[in-house]
Ligand binder design. Sequence first.
Ligand code: PHE
Length: 339
Amino acid sequence: MREHLENIKTLAKADIQATCSEAELESVRIKYLGKKGLLTGILRGMGQLSAEERPVIGALANTVREEVDNYIEERSRLLKKMELQDKLITEKLDVTLPANKKSLGRLHPITQIENRMKEIFLGMGFEIVEGPEVESSYNNFDALNAPADHPSRDYQDTFYITPSTLLRTQTSPVQIRAMQDREPPIRIISPGRVYRCDEMDATHSPMFHQVEGLVIDKNITMGDLKGTLAHFAKSLFGKSTQTRFRPHNFPFTEPSAEVDVSCFVCGGSGCRLCKGEGWIEILGAGMVHPNVLSGCGIDPEIYSGFAFGVGIERVVMRKYNIDNMRLLFENDLRFLQQF
Ligand code: PHE
């Protein structure tokens, strides 16, 4: 019996040392120590031994079992180490290989000009606020004094979501929100996207960008509007830029004006960019209509104000001499990389 146990130990040791993987090691473990294993078989046969032999062989069998267990554990550790070594060699990363070149993006020209406009107005003490693109027709039209039969309210010109909600056609509803939310003095600009039912062509897009401006305080006059916009134009297009106000009509301002800047290419003498006129139209503006003020709970006898709305695409196109608006929305890198 004793010899038999010693034999098993020697055999197990050899088997264990011959294994090359955890799986092989596991089957060796089962062969000796499993339920039907060789050592287990011996322990089970102990009943046939005499009373004197039993404790001696029992103790020996337990020692052999422990030793085999130790061999397995040792082998397992070694196998794991070898596996790691193997991985380190085969999965080696060569950090000296040249890297993939990543090219850095840049801001879209519309965003660049929008940021510049924000800077200019922040410098004059304006605050930036935002309004939603899905707006009530009340804020987009009624509160802005646009009568029920105003042509812009037509389904052909405006994207309606329901009869009383729409995609804002202008940033002017943010004026209404600002006057409802705040007490004068108010001095805000609001950049954002606006939508109109237009086919895309060289000068139109169903989505474009505006920057709205609104100032409400005591004693605000047309002189303040002119001074503000003159400073804005000089900052954006250069010190020698002149501004010109032409009478116009907007339902929510009275008087209203369209504002031109002197052509920044020819300085006003006439060239291809300004089509020989010397002037380029960039925005609409005016003094806030008393109906709009009182509709927002501001007393027009005490307060007055001015508002303006600049089309960003138009400024971008003039500034960079881009003759087709589609280029701004096609995301062609050959175009965008020029800015
Ligand atoms: N909302 C007008 C437009 O889209 C522009 C504007 C804004 C005019 C503010 C006057 C005052 O054409």
